[in-house]
Write a protein that binds this ligand. Structure first.
Ligand SMILES: *Cc1c(COP(=O)(O)O)cnc(C)c1O
Length: 320
């Protein structure tokens, strides 16, 4: 099994706002690594797939919502690397399938639906046992690929990005952030933008992810994690909530810079960064390694597949 993808391109963003704010802005385009298996979801899958292969599993089973980037990536990666895949989907089946799920089925994924109450038990041994009985020997990957294997993959996202002062990333479970923090050098700082309401609770999650990872003995580039900060003001009402301002921002940004953004994650992070630039947020302290200006790396975590379903929902709604 070959797990080599082309390194994601770095793109310099020539935003007026950045120039005005006196920083250099780069975008790490994880969305461009592979047409289907890309973004942070690939990094979270990588070591899960390797473990499954090593343990001779032929079937992967995982969990997600009906628009899940993780379901999409798992279906495609399973197909690419020769695994059967089963996707356990939250809620009732709705036909016709939305674009995310119909892609998953095209990639050979078998879909199973659990009502919301049962789905809530997705991390319990009891439900895992039930699923093993129903589907046989399956390698279970948690929702979002959010386990220590997932963190490990994410330590490889910005590994060599030593020239940057700030690494900015959108944040759901903070698995990706934890991996990034574990790979930063001293003096670098990760800025995380939760896309959920009241994201401050993530601070504790992050600490325990870091502690558990370091205690696990899995490889960590640096044993003393670098610093990080949560910026909780750019959730736009909560998970997958989008208002007109965010929609407009996202569309304008795509047009101006040729960087498409997904509405659920990256649009909120990019919006937040642009807003903070105006406030001089990133100009504190001395720039890294003799640079004259502070350098920011915005991690584009992918997720663009979700826009198709979301835009379809909006146009259906307008048609009523
Ligand atoms: C899942 C996802 C995230 C959030 O990753 P976490 O590791 O859960 O914090 C961010 N961006 C995109 C595009 C995603 O699909």
């Amino acid at each position: 099994m070959s797990l080599i993808f082309i390194a994601p391109p770095l793109q310099l963003n020539t935003s007026e706002i950045a120039r005005y704010a006196g920083v250099d802005l780069y975008v790490l385009r994880l969305d461009l690594m592979h047409p289907w298996v890309n973004g942070n979801k690939w990094f979270k899958l990588k070591y899960n797939l390797l473990e499954a292969k090593e343990k001779n599993f032929t079937t992967l089973l995982t969990f997600g919502g009906a628009y899940s980037n993780h379901i999409y990536a798992t279906a495609a990666a399973g197909n690419l690397f020769g695994f059967r895949t089963i996707g356990v989907i939250r809620g009732e089946e709705r036909l016709p399938l939305n674009p995310t799920l119909s892609f998953a089925v095209q990639q050979g994924m078998q879909l199973v639906y659990l009502n919301r109450e049962t789905y809530r038990q997705r991390n319990t041994p009891a439900l895992h046992e039930y699923l093993q009985q129903r589907f046989g020997e399956v390698f279970i990957i948690p929702e979002g690929g959010s386990n220590l294997n997932g963190v490990r993959g994410c330590t490889e996202i910005v590994n060599e990005a030593i020239a940057f002062d700030y690494i900015c990333v959108a944040c759901g479970t903070a698995t990706t952030l934890a991996g990034i923090v574990l790979s930063l050098h001293q003096g670098q700082k990760a800025i995380a933008f939760p896309v959920l309401k009241n994201g401050a609770f993530l601070a504790q999650e992050i600490e325990s992810l870091l502690t558990n990872y370091l205690a696990s003995g899995l490889p960590a580039p640096y044993s003393s994690p670098a610093s990080w900060e949560l910026v909780c003001d750019y959730h736009f009402g909560g998970y997958a909530k989008v208002n007109n301002e965010l929609r407009l921002f996202s569309q304008q940004f795509t047009q101006e810079h040729n960087v498409p953004l997904d509405y659920v994650y990256t649009a909120k992070m990019f919006y937040g960064v642009m807003d903070l630039l105006k406030q001089g947020f990133f100009c504190r302290g001395v720039p890294q390694r003799g640079c004259r200006r502070h350098r920011l790396l915005l991690v584009h975590t992918g997720g663009l597949q979700g826009n198709i379903g979301m835009e379809k929902l909006w146009s259906d709604r307008n048609a009523i």
